[in-house]
Design a protein around this ligand. Structure first.
Ligand code: ADP
Length: 555
């Protein structure tokens, strides 16, 4: 902590809320620029919708959502059509204010006309979403899962998932929504911050009872009932990877704006909190992604009316200490330096390696200190009263999370420390998911034509250059039509936009324009094939242009 400001550069910056800090030129920051904006309810819903348009089957783990107020007429119309085609469909919807958290301002409705439009929706945009009426229940209670995910790098994409998470329980037995019980938050909302106020809330020192438990304890229970937990884990891993693939295009635009390529700057990593609901049939559904998941390992206890005390929460400790410990181990700057030094020893000149050897000795001293600190942390995490999941189920989880028997099971890569709780899932499973990364490639085009570094919006000239360089204009599609397309789409996005700081075309507007061009050019194909074909065409023209420029020395 630097209460009076910081002068020296750090290896790791651990910010409380967001990336922003004016003078970081090196090291690693625990936040990505723009992450908070990217995972807000509306932005997340938009990103998921784009992916659902391209790959409807792959992205069916996110409930159907509409953005209010702008899509209220669409919401009313679509629900009307669905009800007409299936009169037995009796849906419930959940309205969630954008940027809200901890269940704040959330309510359930049975009919689109029930939306409480009076004032609030106009001034506070929201997402209205299909309510999942048949969640999996444990002890007759609804619960959700908080999983911790480490986004270690954006380029190349590196994702890790924690082997264990938290299950947060409701405090009233669940009943499917009816007009009578819609308002019962302790029955329908799993938020800890709400349920803690229920007289039924149970603080437990055990990880497998009470209102907050470990996810592994739920998995053990499901496994003993014969459920296919291996499939469940693989569905969860694919949900996480697909969600991050949906978020990366926007994140890359923010990243190049704050940390322009080719200039000194830090790298970033971030721990994200994924909120997942299991349906009765064990299908995981994404509720939301948290950019700043709570890392508290204590809870407040009311000793007497109005008098509170912080007491340790063994379940939180069990899960969260391991996540932070392993994040530090994975981004450990000493380890990186040691690795670089090793490469140097085997590859480079002997002279610099001798110097490096001396430096290594100093590093060893530092890393010993670091590992002592980590051991201390670990000790903090191990609570004698904690009821541990039996060894056999722990190793089952490890194997399941990895999708195969763990090569390092029971053996820690660093002596004295437990094996990592964070499991790499990307690039490990890249082959299965890379075909989904189309919008990422559209974002790469967008960034290329942004021109001036530090911006996030494309001007009309940039858009024209994109069309010209990719040879997309012809007798059927004149440059005047290009300008009209730019103006139409940009105006519409800016009229509903939340960011009025910069003028121009935002990434989502560019994606819409790109899809429009793809549909025009490759009429009969499914959307993802249209987009993939146009991407190939653009990338091919741009590669040829780059080659030409290189040849002629145009820089
Ligand atoms: P917040 O950020 O305010 O916690 P969430 O999106 O996490 O908002 O929603 C709060 C709670 O509402 C969730 O923890 C979950 O219990 C419930 N919930 C949210 N969306 C749905 C949904 N589509 N179906 C069923 N329950 C939901």
């Amino acid at each position: 902590q630097f209460p009076f400001g910081r002068r020296l550069p750090c290896d790791i910056y651990w910010h409380g809320v967001s990336f922003h800090d004016n003078n970081i030129f090196s090291g690693q920051v625990n936040k990505f620029p723009g992450m908070m904006e990217t995972v807000r309810k509306i932005t997340l819903s938009r990103a998921m919708r784009t992916m659902q348009d391209l790959f409807p089957l792959e992205y069916n783990f996110y409930p159907r959502s509409w953005i209010l107020p702008e899509e209220l007429p669409l919401f009313v119309a679509e629900v009307g059509v669905m009800k007409d085609s299936d009169p037995s469909w009796k849906p419930t919807f959940i309205v969630k204010p954008d940027g809200g958290c901890q269940g704040d301002g959330i309510y359930l409705i049975k009919d689109p006309s029930d939306i409480r439009l009076t004032g609030s929706i106009q001034s506070r945009p929201a997402v209205v979403q299909e309510y999942i009426c048949k969640p999996l229940l444990v002890d007759k209670l609804k619960f959700d899962i908080r999983l911790y995910v480490l986004l270690k790098s954006l380029e190349p994409l590196e994702i890790y998932i924690a082997k264990d998470g938290l299950s947060r329980f409701c405090t009233e037995p669940y009943q499917e929504p009816t007009l009578k019980n819609l308002h019962q938050v302790f029955m329908h909302l799993t938020n800890y911050s709400l349920n803690i106020h229920s007289e039924n809330f149970i603080h437990s020192d055990s990880v497998n009872t009470g209102s907050k438990r470990t996810f592994s304890s739920i998995l053990c229970r499901l496994s003993s009932r014969g459920a296919d937990v291996k499939k469940l884990w693989s569905d969860i891993i694919s949900l996480v990877i697909k969600t991050i693939i949906a978020l990366t295009p926007e994140l890359k635009v923010y990243y190049q704006s704050d940390i322009p390529a080719g200039k000194p700057g830090p790298t970033c990593f971030q721990i994200l909190g994924f909120d997942i609901l299991l349906m009765k049939n064990l299908k995981p559904m994404l509720l939301e992604v948290n950019a700043n998941p709570s890392m508290r390992i204590e809870h407040e206890q009311e000793l007497s009316p109005g008098v509170f005390e912080n007491v340790p929460s063994p379940v939180d400790e069990e899960v969260k200490v391991a996540v932070i410990r392993d994040t530090l181990r994975l981004v450990d700057p000493q380890k990186k330096k040691r690795k670089d030094a090793q490469t140097c020893y085997t590859k480079d000149h002997p002279l610099s390696c001798t110097k490096q050897g001396m430096k290594d000795k100093q590093h060893k001293h530092h890393s010993l200190k670091l590992s002592l600190k980590l051991k201390f942390y670990l000790k903090l995490g191990s609570c004698p009263s904690l009821e541990r999941v039996p060894e056999s189920s722990e190793s089952l989880l490890a194997a399941v999370a990895a999708g195969r028997p763990e090569p390092d099971a029971g053996r820690s890569p660093e002596p004295g420390l437990p094996s990592l709780c964070l499991k790499q899932v990307f690039p490990k499973y890249a082959k299965q998911f890379n075909y989904l990364r189309l919008v990422d490639r559209v974002a790469a085009l967008f960034i290329r034509f942004l021109g001036v570094k530090g911006t996030t919006k494309l001007g009309p000239t940039g858009f024209r250059t994109f069309i010209r360089n990719c040879k997309l204009s012809n007798s059927n599609f004149s440059m005047a039509a290009v300008d009209i397309l730019y103006i139409d789409i940009t105006r519409r996005w800016n009229s509903m936009g939340m960011d009025h700081k910069e003028s121009g075309m935002c990434l989502q507007a560019f994606v819409e324009a790109f899809f429009c061009l793809a549909q025009k050019k490759y009429k009969s194909l499914p959307l993802h094939e249209q987009v993939a074909s146009l991407l190939e065409l653009c990338e091919c023209h741009l590669a040829a242009l780059d080659e030409k420029r290189l040849l002629w020395g145009w820089g």
